[in-house]
Design a protein around this ligand. Structure first.
Ligand code: ZN
Length: 581
């Protein structure tokens, strides 16, 4: 027991659901052993792993603070997410508030009569400056609800313990009638909690998830958890996932499990989020923990965190035998297609995309394709090159698996701290015995590497199969809204871009031919035009008609394929097998 022990406030939360049908939960926060003139209670403005200021405090209502005899204590709101309560001569207080939650996502509260998905960053207040404070949480289930699924440590029925607020904030809680089953994998107890029904096959999922867990544990060398919870929210149409310390929350479509492609996509999502329990939750850049819950946490390192994870998710699914080589390579080629077909790839690097994720990637708009790229896709491309370069430089003795295992041992298990990118690069170079400057530098630059210089090392090539097609384009995409054809994007440097067609312009006629809602005329006209031909568009913009002359140009669209070289040397063949193993 340390000498500070008696100065640590005791914090207990109770959550109840008397208005849950209207999307409110009630939170009671009891604080004991207080010894300070006032307390500032704060709610985070964001959730780690999802890099957007979400202003969770906007959903807090009916805030009250009471002393132990039940007298109201007047509090003061001193910032958007801070409540100041005078506590001179008070050693305990009780705080009551309600939280509204009706946004379907893996990082926002959702409450209705069937269930409560509790995102702790959006629900529980902490004492300013006391993130290290332990707390307990009691969940008073509705009569009609059967269970609670959470990675929090259970200390009594429906009562949980968090050693500090970093743990509490990283451990979501699902309450309701979710379908739960448990199994052991890699020596860890796993709990699957399926919410919202679905056509899943428990035995098959248990078998397939076990393989993923075993392969990932093998790569990283050890599994830090005793228990891990996979909460899946099944919707008519759903997706996305968020990683946590010893749990994950996934979105899926109820029927995804029936179709081979969407089933494998689900497994790939499991592999992605599970990989994060090491990469980002433990092996991480310095900026990503300890967190500042009050503001943006800036890092260029998401190209490593999300890029490595995006490279490995499908690779692990291949290693588990769910994808064959061709399927896997087409998914990898897709990262190149997504990035290199966005005009923004010439003006935003992977590292810049990471740093500005708060204002760009998480806030996409009609011009996003022209202004940037995703560090997921660009990061995965660069990760593939790293893996290949390391394999080639060591004649197949070392691969990226070995680098990340060493990095995890060094920065997390041994030093227990985040890394600076140059430390990570040095460690990778030491293990690989070669300079990796080219790839790490490319992560911070806008230009592209000569990708075949890498793929050829292992007997593969990346080819644009669309290079000889003379397809023509206007450079726009359209939406049909209420019987109107509206421009939804305008590609940089296209005919439409130069001519000044705008997003939201209503397309009415081309060369005096009225367009019908199916856009058939437009497709027909574009397909039968000549390169360089000028088309006369009649458009309505903000209710006024105008004519705009748009030049038809050759499409730059890339359709990449990654495939084995027709002729390979003995060494290329050997290294290629190691890469694909
Ligand atoms: Zn991720």
């Amino acid at each position: 027991m340390d000498s500070d022990h008696f100065n640590i406030p005791e914090i207990h939360f109770e959550v109840s659901f008397s208005e849950v049908q209207a999307h409110y939960i009630e939170v009671k926060m009891s604080i004991g052993k207080l010894n300070q003139p006032y307390v500032d209670l704060k709610m985070p403005v964001w959730s780690p792993g999802s890099y957007l200021i979400r202003e969770y405090a906007k959903n807090v209502e009916r805030f009250r603070s009471l002393d132990k005899t039940g007298n109201t204590i007047a509090y003061q709101k001193i910032s958007k997410n801070t409540w100041r309560i005078p506590t001179e001569s008070l050693d305990q207080i009780e705080v009551f508030y309600t939280v509204y939650g009706f946004e379907v996502s893996v990082r926002t509260n959702f409450f209705d009569s069937d269930r409560a998905f509790i995102v702790p960053t959006a629900t529980f207040l902490h004492i300013d400056g006391r993130i290290d404070n332990p707390s307990t949480v009691s969940i008073h289930l509705k009569d009609t609800w059967a269970s609670i699924s959470t990675g929090l440590k259970q200390i009594e029925a429906h009562k949980f313990y968090a050693a500090n607020f970093d743990v509490l904030y990283d451990t979501p809680i699902e309450a309701g009638n979710q379908d739960i089953w448990k199994f052991q994998a890699a020596g860890v107890e796993h709990e699957c909690a399926m919410v919202g029904g679905g056509s899943y096959d428990k035995e098959r999922l248990t078998r397939d998830i076990t393989r993923i867990v075993e392969e990932e544990t093998r790569i990283w060398g050890s599994n830090p958890n005793e228990r891990y919870v996979i909460i899946t929210h099944n919707y008519q149409s759903g997706g996305g996932g968020l990683e946590h310390l010893n749990s994950t929350v996934l979105g899926a479509s109820r029927n995804a499990y029936l179709n081979e492609t969407s089933y494998k996509n689900y497994l790939s999502l499991v592999a992605h989020e599970y990989f994060h329990l090491w990469n980002v939750k433990r092996l991480r850049p310095k900026a990503l923990g300890p967190f500042n819950y009050d503001a943006e946490n800036y890092t260029t390192g998401l190209w490593i965190m999300e890029g490595f994870t995006s490279y490995y998710d499908n690779l692990i699914i291949k290693r588990c035998g769910f994808y064959d080589e061709k399927e896997y390579l087409s998914l990898l080629a897709n990262d190149f297609n997504i990035v290199l077909n966005r005009p923004g790839h010439t003006i935003q690097s992977a590292a810049a995309s990471s740093f500005d994720t708060w204002i760009k990637y998480y806030r996409p708009d009609e011009n996003s394709m022209n202004s940037g790229i995703s560090y997921y896709n660009k990061g995965a491309m660069l990760t593939a090159l790293l893996d290949i370069k390391i394999i080639a430089a060591t004649e197949g003795k070392i691969k990226l698996d070995d680098v990340i295992r060493e990095a995890y041992e060094e920065f997390f298990l041994k030093l227990d701290r985040g890394f600076e990118e140059n430390e990570f690069r040095s460690l990778a170079e030491r293990i690989a015995g070669t300079s990796l400057d080219d790839i790490f530098d490319a992560a911070h630059q806008d230009g592209e590497l000569e990708y075949n210089d890498y793929f050829n090392l292992v007997g593969y090539e990346i080819v644009d199969t669309n290079a000889n097609n003379n397809t023509l384009t206007l450079g726009i995409t359209t939406n049909k809204v209420d019987g109107l054809i509206l421009v939804s994007t305008v590609e940089k440097d296209s005919g439409a871009y130069d001519a000044g067609l705008n997003v939201k312009d209503e397309l009415i006629a081309i060369n005096n031919n009225r367009l019908d809602i199916k856009d058939k005329e437009m497709d027909f006209i574009v397909q039968h035009a000549k390169e360089g031909e000028i088309l006369n568009f009649l458009v309505a913009r903000d209710g006024l008609l105008r004519e705009i002359l748009v030049q038809i140009r050759k499409s730059n669209k890339k359709v990449y394929e990654i495939r084995p070289l027709k002729e390979q040397t003995f060494l290329q063949e050997l290294l290629g097998k190691i890469w694909m193993a």
